[in-house]
Structure formats: C-alpha cells, structure tokens
Design a protein around this ligand. Structure first.
Ligand SMILES: Cc1cc2nc3c(=O)[nH]c(=O)nc-3n(C[C@H](O)[C@H](O)[C@H](O)COP(=O)(O)OP(=O)(O)OC[C@H]3O[C@@H](n4cnc5c(N)ncnc54)[C@H](O)[C@@H]3O)c2cc1C
Length: 443
C-alpha cells in the first residue's frame, strides 16, 4: 500500500478499496518476530520508537480487492484521532486525560485498546502514576535476557509420549517466567533459510536449563527435523524467553486448562506453584486422546500431589483398552464447555488456557458465561505458522532492514505487547481476554 501515513489515518476512518469497505481499528502491535526475521533484534523497538506502528483494518463490507485499485476515504473517525496519536498515548508519558477520553469515545477502537485506555483512566483516577498505566503487564515483564539468537547446548533428550519429546538446553544464567516460550532456529541442510519456531518452556523455570517439548506431526517441517537429527551435545540457536502468557502472583484460585501439547506452558506454571509450595486453589484440567498421547502424566500427578489445594481432572477423548478409568484419566470425552460447567469452578480465579483454537474459544466462552471475568482468562495460541514469514517467505536472503531516519528515543519494549492490545483483539467481538500471540488470529 502506498500512502496512508500513521499521522493522517485516524481510528474509525473508513476506506473503500474495490468493492470492499474497511474501518481502522487500532495501531498494529509490533511483534518481536519482525526483528528475528530481519536479523535486526532492535527492529521492533525501532518501529515503536519512530511512531510508525501501522494499523489494522476490519472488514465492514466484503468484496473483491485488486492491486492497483485506489484507496478512497469515505469517512473520518468520530474523534479524528490519528493512529500515531493513540499509539503515543499508550506508549509514552505525557498524555492528557482528555486524549484518553477521546480515544474511549471511538466505537471502532478494538476491545483490547479500549481496555488499555480504560486502564489508563482508572489508574489516573486512583491516583496512581498514569504515564503508561495501560502497559502494566508489559512494563513489568522483564526485557528479553539476551538480544537476537545465541547457541544453547542440548544436554538431554526425553520422550514424553508417542508424539512428544523434550529437549533440555543448558542455560546457566537462563531465567524465564512460567508460561513463556523460547524461539529457536532449525537449520535444514543445503543453505535453505532456517525454520523459526517457538516452543513454550515446559520445565521448572530458573533451574539452569530450559526444557522445551516438541510435538511431531506428519509433514511438520521443523519438528520432524529436530526429532530426526538433534543429538545431545548439539547446539540450537535460541532467542531469549518471551511472552505475556505467564502466571501472575496472587492468592486467588488458578485454573490451568490444556489440551494436547498445549500442556507445556501450564506445566511450567504448575512447576512454579509447586516450587513455592503455593496454598492457592489449583485446578489442573487436561484433555488428551489416550494414554499414549498423554505427556507428563506422571510428572503432573506428582506436582499436584505436593500442592495442598490442588485437584486434577484428566479427560481422554478416545481411551485405549488398557487406559484405566479413575487412574489414568477421570472422564471419557473431550475437555469441553459441558464438563467444565459440572465442575463448579471458582469465578474469582485466573484461568490459563492453551490448546487448539476451537478448544480455547469454547472454553473461554464457557468460563465467561459461568461468571469468570473475561480479563482473567489468559490464552496462549500455538499456530499461525504461515504468518511467521510475512512478506518475505521464500526469499533466500532477507533484505537489510531500512532504519527510519532520526535518533531513537526511549520507549517501552514492544516484545511484550500491552494487555488486551494484542492483534487478536482486533477481531470484532471476542470476549476481551488477554491472548499472548503476536500473530493476527483468524476467526
Ligand atoms: C507461543 C508458542 C508456543 C508454542 N509452543 C509449542 C510447544 O510447546 N510444543 C510444540 O510442539 N509446538 C509449539 N508451538 C508451535 C510450534 O512453534 C510449531 O508451529 C509447531 O510445533 C509445528 O511446527 P512444524 O515445523 O513441525 O510444522 P510446520 O511445518 O510448521 O507445519 C504446521 C502444521 O501443518 C501440518 N502440515 C504441514 N505440511 C503439511 C502437508 N503437506 N499436509 C498435511 N499437513 C501438513 C503439520 O503436520 C503441522 O501440524 C508453539 C507456538 C507458539 C507461537
């Protein structure tokens, strides 16, 4: 696209392109992956620092769109607040209350950004420093432990189920928050560009090693390569742990819900709770196909046994003949909305969900319908593989990044987007949960 600079385009502006009509909903959330992809770890920070976030459009009327068509502005957003201005309000000190109130009057502003603006307003009213209050979670997440990639040595390889195996990676100084993920480069042979994949840390944080657990599926490019070729003593290039899907402190109950390999980040949370001998109420709810596809069964049982207020319900959707009801699993069938309702889960809990998109959608809706505040439902999205290489897929060598002119300014790190201000919140009417992916989520 040519034109449409961020200091002219306003939230709520409507544009016609071909037969389709679009509306501007929020500034783009800059993903750390842009830096990994371009070989410039500072790229995401540069984009934020130079106030050129770009923006998301939602489709108001579907229609054919072709290259070469004019982009025709048909109306201006109600407060004429530019993308650049609202981005500054959230990311930089010095905004006024009037600016925040204007932003909140724009119906087109995505639910995530509405909540971040509301947080700014609430904290200003509560007398707290309001400078970047909407960034609370992001600002308190520590910056990545190292820039770009660095080699980590594989110290142990462990099968966990028929399709999942774990890699232990030495990282003496390595720290992470329970629930965060590592991003690694998997190098196919023959000068082909590396495959970049993220894996949630599944082990106990802060033990001098990282553990990632990889699910191998037919045709999965990176995971099959890892299983076939990686050996103890090999090195894997890894970017520092990242992510805003992590267990937060508190006394309230914790719901850990997972399906399949989605168990990995919530298992790290369970480790963290066990390590601190937490007295919080903990609900471990996991869905697997059967005993052969139930990684960490023993490990999770042992952790739960150390917690005084933990309980567990494991669901097997297709139990095998030798799977023992009441021992290996508690119920047949899927972990889904209906059995969740029967459990009578506490409504003051923080819920952490990871699994297939349909699992997270239906369980989020069920939890919210049962009274859990949507802001307490946290989800981690694995997928969006195709979007990992936006714009440069297939390029043998990535072009050198173009640095914007002018000096860099100080700014919050964009690697952990503000709560609610994730790409997924650009979707039209999802319950407003916090989701930690930086890829737009397709619905
Ligand atoms: C924050 C985050 C955390 C994650 N944590 C984990 C984790 O803990 N463990 C984990 O395993 N993954 C995790 N993932 C997903 C991981 O990054 C990979 O995307 C995933 O494991 C698949 O990688 P792959 O290269 O093997 O598959 P890809 O080659 O990327 O393929 C993706 C899927 O498409 C299917 N596919 C590909 N080609 C074909 C074909 N021709 N026909 C049919 N099907 C095909 C594959 O079977 C696979 O299921 C995470 C992702 C994110 C974003």
């Amino acid at each position: 696209m040519d034109g449409l600079p961020d200091d002219e385009v306003c939230i709520g502006d409507r544009y016609r392109i071909g037969a389709a009509l679009f509306e501007v909903t929020q500034p783009r959330v800059t993903c750390y992956r842009v830096g990994l992809r371009m070989g410039e770890p500072q790229m995401a920070a540069l984009l934020v620092a130079h106030h050129r976030p770009g923006f998301y459009l939602r489709v108001i009327e579907e229609g054919e769109v072709e290259a070469g068509q004019a982009i025709i502005k048909v109306s201006t957003g109600p407060e004429a607040m530019t993308v650049e201005e609202i981005d500054r309000v959230l990311h930089l000190p010095g905004h006024t209350r009037e600016q925040v109130e204007r932003a909140l009057r724009i119906p087109a502003l995505s639910p995530g950004w509405q909540s971040s603006m509301q947080a700014l307003l609430d904290q200003a009213e509560g007398g707290a420093s309001s400078d970047s209050a909407g960034l609370s979670t992001a600002a308190t997440a520590p910056p990545p432990a190292w820039p770009g990639f660095r080699p980590l040595t594989v110290t142990h390889i462990q099968p966990e189920s028929r399709s999942v195996f774990s890699l232990h990676l030495a990282a003496a100084d390595g720290s992470a928050l329970p629930g965060q993920f590592l991003t690694v480069k998997v190098r196919p042979k023959g000068g082909v560009p590396p495959l970049i994949r993220s894996y949630s840390l599944s082990g106990e944080p802060g033990t001098g090693a990282y553990r990632i657990s990889v699910k191998v599926e037919p045709h999965g490019a990176a995971n099959n390569k890892l299983r076939a070729h990686i050996r103890v003593g090999d090195q894997l290039e890894a970017a520092a742990p990242r992510g805003t899907f992590y267990l937060t402190a508190g006394d309230n109950p914790v719901l850990l819900l997972s399906a399949g390999v989605g168990v990995t980040p919530v298992l790290a949370m369970l480790h963290a709770l066990a390590r601190e001998h937490s007295t919080r109420q903990v609900w471990w709810l996991h869905g697997a196909r059967d005993g052969t596809e139930h990684p960490f069964a023993q490990e999770s049982r042992e952790l739960i046994a150390t917690l005084p207020n933990a309980r567990s319900t494991v669901y097997y959707s297709r139990p095998a003949a030798d799977d023992r009801l009441g021992v290996d699993y508690a119920e047949g069938g899927r972990l889904s909305a209906e059995p969740i309702r029967r459990l009578g889960l506490p409504t003051d809990a923080d819920a952490y969900l990871c699994g297939p998109a349909s699992f997270m959608d239906s369980l989020t809706a069920a939890l919210v319908a049962d009274g859990l505040d949507a802001s307490r439902v946290h989800t981690e999205i694995f997928g969006a593989g195709a979007a990992l290489t936006p714009g440069i897929k297939g390029a043998a060598t990535a072009p050198a990044p173009h640095r914007p002119a002018g000096p860099s300014t100080t700014h919050p790190t964009p690697s952990n987007p503000p709560p609610g201000a994730t790409s997924s919140s650009a979707a039209q009417n999802p319950p407003q949960t916090s989701s930690s992916t930086c890829e737009p989520r397709r619905r």
